[in-house]
Design a protein around this ligand. Structure first.
Ligand code: DMJ
Length: 643
């Protein structure tokens, strides 16, 4: 369901004229000042003409009234006692009616026209007496009214849909005192991050914790859409920070507006905003989150208007104009961006009963299925105009990562019914294992990057999420290789832990090499930063859930302590520019994903498994939990999205 675009109201537009404007309902707010006077003149002339006609034309009642050779005439009437047949509020009368009644009726009509005319002239005179400022003020009032009406229309309730089973949203308190204390410490860190954002960055997308002011990047366009609020909501909720959750809800209710002239990243807005709003809706049941998610999704849909249906990377929320990143190979869209919409879009179709979202993402999938893949690998770049791959670069980290994640999660979220997605995942992972995964000389398993037929022996922090993905996909894997994939997950977790452990700050670099005697260490200066990313902790958490090996809690705690020690400042948490330096400098950004993901995964790591159990919830790539759509307790089979 798309939302109607706002009327183009600018300061130069006029409000509807009180005189006869209803005849032009669609132009109400768009009449110019000069048009208004011309219209006034024409209408006055017209009314004068009608008025004169009644006085100067011969009195028709003296002739056969309305005698057009018809036996019957229609006059407004409510009395059925005279044997007429009712016709939509009118009575059909035969000839020979009481002349007196006709005259009375005509007199009444004349009086009405006279009164209307006088009223219209009075109103016109009043308007002409007004100053420019008064007219401007009226325009503003009228504009506000139109905006309010559109807002009301936008926020009308969606059709009720039976909610899936929402299990484990309020539990997870560990019995063990030490674990409980660690969990409380993570909650305290969340509070520190939130409170400072609340104080210094409220309504901005992110926080600069050292400058103590708002921060934003081009992924959110030029508008302040409160990204941190939306991203943090579900973490606040599961931590039991309900006052903070309510504050966020109130802000969203009153201020989150998507009719802004701002060019945003379709992918980022989807995973952080739509994912965050949907998760907040499922957890809290508050309708406002669902409504906002659907409104926003409507604003993203124009991005799919490309020759192939592969969406642009960016879209202007107001104009709907899309385009791709200037840096992407040959004007291409990015695999990890257009391939990371499925979970949220399926939920949107489920909640609205509108298949449009589902159709968009399934179209992408079908197109990808038909394409040739070099060595069975998906390149990261695809041109949305030609439908051809761009540069042959394949990665499980940046540019590719969450595409693979969403294939697996589409299957899990459908209660394992979407076997097509599972097959695509299995095929992709087999090719990745064959061409990208290697062991270093020192015995560390790593995932490299494939560039034009050459393997680059470098792994990104982003790639570390794959340990958790392999573990999550182990169950149900082809040829029953569950043990193998769990083992692979454990090896990736180990390698990523090494990348942390081999630094001075015990925090992981952005990218690390396995080349020329170097093992899991960043070489280039611009790869040594840590920006509060979650992927390594995410993998620890999945590994903990599937193995309960205490080393994962231990590693998670090491990371939490390092973050608290080196990234905490009095105004929040900041990324650091060099994890190998003992006196690091800050980047002065508190990323919204720190609250959405890093702190959430840490909190879950020190919670019992009955908090958001993985049989019932699937986390989107920004760690927003969405419920599994079990066929048994939903109307999915009857939902058009699933036909
Ligand atoms: C998050 O926004 C998401 O996890 C995304 O998939 C990739 N990277 C960031 C955090 O590092």
């Amino acid at each position: 369901m798309t939302t109607p675009a706002l009327l183009p109201l600018s300061g130069r537009r006029l409000p509807p004229l009180s005189l006869g404007a209803s005849a032009f309902p669609h132009h109400r707010a768009t009449l110019r000042l000069s048009e208004k006077f011309i219209l006034l003149l024409i209408l006055s002339a017209f009314i004068t003409l009608c008025f004169g006609a009644f006085f100067f034309l011969p009195d028709s009642s003296k002739h056969k009234r309305f005698d057009l050779g018809l036996e019957d005439v229609l006059i407004p009437h409510v009395d059925t006692s005279k044997g007429g047949k009712s016709l939509g509020g009118f009575l059909i009368h035969g000839q020979g009616h009481d002349e007196h009644r006709h005259r009375e009726e005509e007199e009444r009509l004349r009086n009405k026209i006279r009164a209307d005319h006088e009223k219209a002239l009075e109103e016109a005179k009043e308007k002409l007496k007004k100053s420019r400022d008064e007219i401007q003020a009226e325009i503003q009032t009228e504009k506000n009214k139109v905006v309010q009406e559109l807002k009301k229309k936008d926020s009308k309730p969606l059709p009720p849909v039976p909610l899936p089973n929402l299990i484990g949203i309020n539990s997870g308190e560990p019995a063990d005192l030490d674990i409980r204390e660690k969990r409380n410490k993570i909650k305290e860190m969340m509070k520190h991050a939130w409170d400072n954002y609340r104080q210094y960055g409220w309504g901005h997308n992110e926080l600069k914790p050292i400058a103590r002011k708002g921060h934003s990047t081009n992924i959110f366009g030029n508008s302040q859409m409160g990204a941190t609020i939306v991203d943090a909501l579900d973490t606040l909720y599961i931590m039991g920070l309900h006052d903070e959750f309510r504050e966020g809800q109130e802000w969203i209710d009153k201020n989150l507006d998507f009719s802004v002239n701002s060019e945003v990243s379709v992918f980022e807005v989807n995973i952080r905003f739509i994912g965050g709003l949907l998760a907040a809706y499922y957890l809290s049941g508050q309708e406002v989150f669902k409504i906002k998610a659907v409104q926003l999704a409507g604003k993203l849909l124009p991005a799919f208007n490309t020759p192939t249906g592969i969406p642009w990377a960016m879209v202007n929320l107001k104009s709907g104009v899309g385009r791709n990143w200037g840096w992407a190979s040959a004007g291409s869209s990015i695999l990890a961006e257009f391939g990371t919409l499925h979970m949220e879009f399926v939920h949107l179709s489920y909640l609205t009963g509108d298949p449009v979202y589902y159709n968009k993402v399934m179209h992408i999938r079908k197109l990808l299925q038909k394409m040739d893949r070099p060595n069975g690998l998906y390149p990261n770049y695809l041109n949305p105009r030609t439908g051809r791959w761009g540069q042959h670069h394949t990665s499980v980290g940046g540019l590719g990562d969450s595409f693979y994640e969403y294939l697996l999660k589409a299957w899990l979220m459908s209660d394992k019914m979407d076997t097509e997605a599972r097959k695509m995942y299995d095929d992709a992972i087999e090719a990745i294992e064959k061409h990208l995964i290697r062991k270093s000389n020192g015995g560390l398993t790593f995932i490299g990057e494939w560039k034009n037929g050459h393997l680059e022996r470098k792994m990104g922090h982003l790639t570390c999420f794959a340990g958790g993905m392999f573990a999550l996909g182990a169950d149900g894997s082809r040829d029953d290789k569950a043990g193998h994939y769990l083992q692979l997950g454990a090896e990736i977790a180990h390698t990523c832990h090494e990348s942390y452990d081999r630094t001075t700050l015990k925090l992981g670099p952005e990218a690390f090499k396995f080349d020329g005697g170097v093992e899991a260490v960043a070489v280039r200066q611009n790869e040594k930063y840590y920006i509060l990313r979650p992927e390594v902790i995410e993998t620890y958490w999945y590994m903990w859930r599937f193995t309960h090996d205490p080393k994962y809690r231990q590693w998670g705690w090491e990371a939490a302590q390092a973050i608290d020690k080196y990234c905490r400042v009095s105004g929040g948490f900041s990324g650091v520019k060099d994890v190998y330096s003992s006196s690091p400098t800050y980047d002065d950004v508190q990323q919204s994903f720190f609250l959405a993901e890093t702190l959430k995964y840490l909190y879950l790591l020190f919670s019992n498994d009955d908090l958001l159990p993985l049989d019932n919830w699937v986390f989107n790539t920004e760690a927003h939990p969405l419920p599994v759509l079990h066929l048994a307790n939903t109307t999915l089979s009857g939902n058009p999205a699933y036909r």
